[in-house]
Design a protein. Structure first.
Length: 303
């Protein structure tokens, strides 16, 4: 007799086991042997993958098939037998980047790098500017206010007072979100403000990650009570721009992308060439020098 296949979502992975959320509860699953056959250059199944499973015994099951991923956050892991593609998160709907207005000072070049990574993976990105209590809204807008103009919404928040947390909650609802940001900016505090205990749970997982146990670490999607999941993605920084060609990079700077067609030379590097439309825009003040600087540094392969 054939066992019935049921659909589910991988919400946790640890040491070759997967927790799959189905309509009838959670099953701890392993991968069917045939899925592992052949040569693999990356994770076969990952958190965020939609799968078909069969129930084996009480609470246990097998993953029979994996739906093709729409997109994935991938981290390259150099191994002796070649570079391995670790899937940090499959099928994310959006990236949410949390920075603090102060303590720690926002490192906007890092944010720009994150934005390129999100763009590269086809992910809409939203910025959360937290700790507005430390600088006041006006100064916060001075720092982050130009991002919406180039296509990245900003939520101004204070985990302490709860300001902006409803807006963040609305953003996360019903979606799979990859959350990232430097340490100490208030990611856990914001999640706790949205749902008590959520930040704490996320912290435990991300601490294990930061201890460097990248290959054995647990990855997890945290469910929101009213639908949707958040995944902490502490490895965001190491999500290399590996296969990004320098010429391709301007495509991930929304304010630069439309300019390059107007450069005098089609192979313009936007550095010293005459008739460069990008540099002209920087000089005219329509492109922010900081963003241009981020662009040049990323293009040069800097971190
Ligand atoms: N003044 C102020 N402090 C905040 C705010 N949000 C968080 N904090 C404080 O900032 C510190 C770091 O907050 P966390 O929530 O642990 O930061 P995190 O981003 O989760 O940090 P990691 O887990 O290390 O990545 C804590 O002492 C919080 O109390 C805020 O809106 N205003
Ligand atoms: Mg935290
Ligand atoms: Zn140019």
């Amino acid at each position: 007799m054939l066992t019935e296949e049921i659909s589910g979502l991988i919400i946790r992975s640890q040491s070759g086991f997967f927790a799959v959320q189905t309509a009838n509860g959670e099953l701890t699953c392993h991968l069917r042997g045939r899925l592992k056959q052949g040569k693999h250059v990356g994770d076969i199944a990952a958190v965020g993958d939609r799968v078909l499973v069969t129930r084996q015994s009480e609470g246990m099951g097998s993953i029979e098939s994996i739906e093709p991923r729409s997109k994935a956050l991938v981290r390259l892991d150099p191994r002796p037998q070649g570079v391995y593609q670790q899937v940090i998160l499959a099928n994310p709907d959006q990236a949410v980047f949390v920075f603090a207005c102060a303590r720690p000072e926002p490192h906007l070049r890092m944010l720009d790098r994150y934005l390129v990574i999100a763009g590269r993976q086809g992910l809409p990105a939203v910025i959360v500017a937290n700790k507005i209590d430390l600088v006041g809204r006006e100064q916060a807008v001075e720092k982050f206010g130009f991002y919406p103009e180039i296509g990245y919404p900003v939520i101004y928040a204070c985990a302490k007072s709860g300001e902006g947390t409803d807006e963040l909650h609305q953003l996360l609802k019903g979606k799979i979100s990859a959350l990232a940001g430097p340490s100490g900016v208030g990611k856990s505090s914001l999640l706790n403000a949205i749902q008590p205990g959520l930040g704490l749970a996320v912290n435990e997982i991300s601490e294990a990650f930061q201890k460097g146990r990248h290959t054995t670490t647990v990855r997890q999607l945290f469910p929101l009570k009213d639908g949707g999941y958040v995944a902490d993605t502490p490895g965001m920084r190491s999500l290399a721009l590996w296969d990004t060609e320098p010429e391709e990079l301007d495509g991930y700077f929304p304010e630069l992308a439309p300019l390059v067609a107007h450069c005098q030379f089609s192979d313009c590097n936007h550095k010293t060439e005459p008739g460069c439309a990008v540099r002209a825009a920087v000089e005219a003040g329509t492109v922010r020098p900081e963003r241009y600087d981020s662009y040049l540094r990323l293009r040069a392969g800097e971190e």
